[in-house]
Design a protein around this ligand. Structure first.
Ligand code: ACM
Length: 475
């Protein structure tokens, strides 16, 4: 079947039946996340390959009811369903804009409703540190707040004049992990390092290379990165120890993207050799906790640790490069799956950045075949999303399209999907989701005070070609 009931995969057996408590059983012969759902004279029966399979069956059952679940009758169906990929992920950046716990729980609930099973939680960045670490209180007392925030793309140099702050307590994070687990979603935490660390360095200047400024208030990449003193590596290990204590995920991300070497070049003849050594140290430390390291595709440069999983984001080229280097890979090419990119050329789109990435574009995404491909992930970077409502607008309905790509067989027809999406949007209405209307932005969706920087796809592809030159050299 699918995320949104899809003809051909749903066998309509006729009739309409009262919704009864499903008779649930486990059937180890089914794929672990698969299920078989029958609605007929015998009532509702649901067999799952595991509790996750049963859960996905219940999501489908909910979609067979009217959008507001107002009647207690279900059409007669026989559905045999299982996902195509084991990693059906979405990244939420809570560093650029903090999201209160309730909003994160709602984000998880909606993702799980669409049968996604990974929340990659980007907890730290130059613009904010959102997790407490024992013994390092300034990470949150200093690193979790900034005095103001850039408004729109950095080319315009505009700012608001409001402080922005927020972080999660250990209990908050345990609650998020538990809530996700109940919905068969694994929360994969990310501590982005050794670059994207300005907030931590603002809190503890001894981690840096002489920088004594504050948490970054503008977007873009900070030049201020970690030094490689033994005490700094020890700090990183302590952070990862705490992350491992809170998050049971078998994978932990250390990020590793966009780390400028300029500060290291001042006292090293081979600054490009530094990050690979750092990554190896952190991977070895995670291994002592029985965890594998996840990193952005930049960690391929100079050789990633053998067991590392690569989140391939700089266009499509790193997907094959990671697999060729012997790594498991999660495909998240920006040009296909970055949901901060603008949804159309309409001048009313809020803070339009990146090349256009329409609903049809996301639905057309197909990862290149590879036996190292774990699945794919849509990434929600929140520089220009200051509220849960804004996140909804950028995420839905594109995440519905993505969810089908990673769950369903590869044969897809956008026109047919768009038809099925209409009743699904009524479900999102009933759930209070502020999705982008198919007809385009409403007047109030614009952010006139936060202008963007729209790009063409050709421009972005040329830039990506330059950015991934390191991978071509590595190979
Ligand atoms: C990234 O978008 N810098 C991973």
């Amino acid at each position: 079947m699918t995320v949104i009931p899809r003809p051909g995969l749903v066998r309509e057996t006729g009739g309409s039946f009262p919704l009864t408590e499903p008779a649930v059983s486990l059937d180890p012969a089914l794929p672990a996340e698969g299920y078989v759902l029958d609605v007929g004279d015998g009532g509702v029966s649901l067999r799952g390959g595991s509790p996750a399979g049963v859960f996905y069956g219940t999501r489908t059952l909910r979609q067979l009811l009217p959008p507001d679940c107002s009647t207690g009758t279900v059409p007669g169906v026989h559905i045999e369903d299982a996902p195509r990929f084991g990693w059906r992920g979405v990244l939420l950046d809570v560093a650029r804009h903090f999201m209160p716990v309730a909003a994160v729980l709602r984000f998880i609930d909606l993702a799980a409703y669409h049968k996604l099973n990974v929340l990659h939680l980007h907890l730290t960045d130059d613009q904010g540190w959102r997790i407490e670490v024992p013994g390092w209180p300034r990470l949150t007392s200093v690193g979790a707040r900034r005095p103001r925030t850039m408004l729109g793309a950095r080319q315009h140099g505009l700012y608001d004049d409001r402080p922005h702050a927020g972080h999660y307590t250990d209990d908050d994070l345990r609650r998020i992990v538990a809530y996700a687990a109940q919905r068969h979603v694994t929360v994969v935490p990310e501590i982005d390092m050794p670059g994207h660390m300005q907030a931590a360095i603002a809190a503890y200047p001894q981690l840096g290379n002489g920088f004594t400024g504050g948490v970054r208030t503008s977007w873009g990449i900070s030049p201020h990165v970690l030094n490689m003193q033994p005490s700094t590596l020890d700090f990183c290990r302590q952070v990862l120890d705490h992350v491992c204590a809170l998050f049971p995920s078998p994978l932990v991300s250390i990020g590793g993207d966009e780390c400028p070497v300029d500060e290291w070049a001042a006292h090293s003849d081979d600054p490009h050799a530094i990050q690979p050594r750092f990554t190896a140290e952190m991977a070895a430390h995670l291994a002592t906790h029985g965890r594998r390291v996840l990193g952005w595709d930049e960690i391929l440069a100079g050789g990633a640790p053998p067991d590392a999983v690569i989140a391939a984001w700089r266009g499509f080229a790193p997907i094959a490069a990671a697999a060729a280097a012997g790594h498991d890979v999660v495909a998240c090419p920006d040009v296909a799956l970055y949901l901060d990119y603008r949804q159309s050329d309409d001048p009313g789109e809020p803070t339009p950045v990146g090349p256009p990435l329409t609903l049809a574009d996301v639905y057309a995404f197909e990862p290149p075949p590879s036996d190292r491909l774990l699945g794919a992930q849509a990434n929600v970077w929140t520089e220009h999303m200051e509220s849960a409502q804004r996140v909804d607008y950028m995420v839905y309905p594109r995440l519905c399209a993505f969810a089908e790509v990673v769950w369903s067989p590869p044969e897809r027809d956008f026109t047919e999907f768009r038809k099925r999406l209409q009743p699904h949007l009524r479900r999102l209405d009933a759930l209070g989701v502020n999705y982008r209307p198919l007809s385009g932005p409403r007047p109030g969706d614009a952010r006139p005070g936060a202008p963007g920087n729209p790009r063409t796809l050709a421009d972005r592809l040329a830039e990506l070609h330059e950015m991934t030159a390191d991978l071509r050299r590595t190979r």
